[in-house]
Design a protein around this ligand. Structure first.
Ligand SMILES: Nc1ncnc2c1ncn2[C@@H]1O[C@H](COP(=O)(O)OP(=O)(O)OP(=O)(O)O)[C@@H](O)[C@H]1O
Length: 607
């Protein structure tokens, strides 16, 4: 496998990786993310109103049931109770129905929004193909960060708004009975719904911010201690490593205990507030001469209303835990205003019909002063529709060519032009539409098969996905998975075999369909028969008019290419078509013979 050459330009994505390094977006991360919720505002407001209705039905149920019980104790005629009996039943049933529809409406809106956010995040990452690679951990975190957007709406904003509205309604209704009691209720609700959530946030914010990185570090310790056990033992470092991990585990346990104690304290304060508010409301109502039954209704209603308002404490806690993830997502989206707009994003990217002509003119690359040239006096014409293979021994400079084309490396001598314009003159977001493909050590994301593929072309429909996986020979595997396209492939594609990972990366490159398709060792990790088949189907799947630069150490399957360039120590040593090169003495014929012998045996070669 070719090593990825050192990138020349370093547009930063790494700063969005961690909480410490994350530059804060201009506005709050919540606002940045919620801007994306605009198309779903009506659905979200609907879900919020349903949540309010659910809570209100619960409150009304408690109040009506109290009135019913207290009035029934006086044994009035049954017809005085009929309406209340029917109301209790209706409220009990409607509360369940409302809760169900609220969940349905909320999840419908939020899942649509999250799909949007995820597509934009992936499109942003795709548009930064020239940027330094992000760590697997950071990418995985980004995938789960997107889930924070879901929680922000479902666990914070919708229930928070419902609790706020029901509190206002409860105060309004209490005011109809006794305005002074309503004031006491309002004070209690403010304590439960504003002061306590603020206190909970203040008490837990610092510890919560420390908790997530600490958990990550401990998880990394666990992996190091198990995977690196042999090396630690070999260097006599097991004890020290265990000590470090032990210290971290103890610190984590201390923090979690502290958080739990503070959480219980706030919860206890909530119960106290509920009791005191109910007591105050009862006293004030009695003083105001309110009827005994109504005082009872006010007391129970107060307890129910304060409990609903206390839901804001839970929402505040959730919000504290979500902020870091939200900040990372917002950071990524604000850094890439282009990809945040569907009209200009990769979604709307048309498949180019004709490739730009590519020319390498006397190109030389030297990675370090004094080091031998990775590429010297390299000339190549790759007009639209031409397919060229570059072969040669390890370290010959093949991947450097790919890096020059994608703008990851700049030529020290000569010129690399696309459509007559120097590669370095293209804006970074324009280049990937023209040149791209399967580069060295392609990264497979901890996401679903579909999401990994859509990174190549976010607007690809199902037939396009099938066409790409057919060519890469992955369709059968996808069909065999219970979750099909939605199969999660694990961290760095860890739940796939090496061959399946390669096929997935290849299918993604084919789906992207840039005008100039660069394929750096596309059949790496496949057995010879599969490699031949995949190379043939891949080349057949490249649209007419698109060019191909194929980098390969395997010489099998190159007969269909228009030209083969043999590189050695950065210089062209042979060029021609396969049929010519196998009959000419030189590196190509030698390697061809060796590879055929290794793959098919000497008899097949001589026969
Ligand atoms: N990022 C880098 N920093 C320094 N030297 C590099 C870098 N990338 C490549 N080189 C050097 O440039 C030369 C060409 O490397 P390149 O990766 O282009 O070769 P290759 O033909 O693709 O090799 P392989 O088939 O082994 O992947 C090698 O000598 C290599 O050591």
């Amino acid at each position: 496998m070719s090593r990825p050459p050192r990138p020349a330009a370093t547009p930063g994505v790494a700063d969005a990786d961690g909480p410490a390094g994350a530059r804060r977006p201009d506005r709050g991360p919540e606002l940045t993310v919620l801007r994306l919720a605009r198309p779903y505002l009506r659905r979200l407001v609907g879900a919020g109103l349903l949540a309010t209705a659910t809570e209100f039905a619960g409150l009304a149920l408690m109040a009506t049931a109290t009135w019913l019980l207290m009035t029934a104790a006086g044994q009035p005629p049954l017809d005085r109770l009929t309406v209340a009996i029917v109301a209790v039943r209706a409220l009990a049933v409607s509360r369940g129905v409302l809760r169900y529809t609220e969940r349905l409406a909320g999840h419908d809106a939020v899942l649509r929004l999250v799909t949007d956010v995820r597509t934009r995040v992936f499109a942003t990452l795709a548009a930064r193909r020239g940027a330094p690679p992000r760590s697997g951990d950071a990418l995985s975190r980004l995938v789960s960060d997107v889930e924070a957007v879901q929680d922000l709406l479902l666990r914070v904003l919708v229930p928070g708004a419902a609790a706020g509205l029901v509190s206002v309604l409860a105060v309004g209704l209490a005011a109809l009975v006794a305005p002074a009691a309503a004031l006491a209720l309002a004070a209690g609700l403010l304590l439960a719904g504003v002061a306590l959530p603020a206190l909970a946030t203040t008490l837990t914010r610092r510890a919560a911010a420390e908790l997530a990185p600490l958990r990550g570090a401990l998880a990394a310790d666990a992996v190091d201690l198990t995977h690196g056990a042999a090396d630690l033992a070999a260097f006599g470092a097991t004890g020290a490593a265990l000590d470090t991990a032990g210290r971290r585990a103890r610190r984590l346990a201390r923090l979690e205990r502290r958080l739990a104690v503070r959480g219980f304290a706030v919860d206890a304060a909530g119960v106290l507030v509920a009791g005191l508010t109910a007591g105050a409301v009862v006293l004030v109502a009695l003083r105001a001469g309110v009827d005994g039954v109504l005082v009872g209704v006010l007391a129970v209603g107060t307890l129910a209303a304060v409990e609903i308002a206390l839901g804001l404490v839970g929402a505040a806690r959730q919000w504290t835990g979500l902020r870091t993830g939200l900040a990372r997502v917002a950071q990524l989206l604000t850094d890439a205003p282009d990809t945040a707009q569907p009209e200009t994003s990769a979604d709307a990217r048309p498949v180019p019909t004709v490739a730009p002509d590519v020319r390498f003119d006397g190109v030389g690359v030297r990675y370090r002063a004094g080091a031998p040239a990775a590429l010297a006096a390299f000339d190549l014409d790759l007009p639209a529709g031409r397919r060229v293979a570059v072969v040669g021994p390890s370290g010959a400079g093949k991947s450097t060519l790919a890096a020059l084309l994608t703008g990851a490396v700049r030529a020290d001598d000569g010129r690399v032009t696309l459509g007559g314009r120097e590669v370095s003159a293209y804006p970074p977001d324009e280049l990937p539409r023209l040149v791209g493909g399967l580069l060295a050590e392609a990264y497979v994301f901890h996401a679903t098969v579909r999401e990994n593929l859509l990174l190549g072309r976010p607007d690809a429909d199902e037939p396009a996905l099938y066409a790409a996986t057919d060519a890469a020979g992955l369709t059968e595997w996808v069909r065999a998975q219970p979750d099909g396209w939605d199969t999660v492939v694990g961290e760095e594609g860890g739940q796939l075999s090496g061959g399946q990972r390669q096929r997935l990366a290849l299918a993604r490159a084919l789906l992207a369909a840039p005008g100039v398709l660069v394929l750096d060792e596309p059949t790496e990790g496949l057995d010879p028969a599969a490699a031949d088949e995949v190379l043939a189907t891949t080349l057949a799947a490249v649209p007419a008019g698109h060019s191909v630069l194929l980098i390969s150490h395997r010489l099998s399957g190159l007969a269909a290419l228009d030209e083969i360039v043999v590189l050695a120590a950065g210089r062209i040593v042979q060029r021609g078509r396969h049929a010519e090169l196998v009959t000419t003495a030189g590196w190509y014929r030698e390697q061809w013979t060796l590879q055929q012998a290794a793959e098919h045996g000497y008899l097949a070669v001589s026969g």
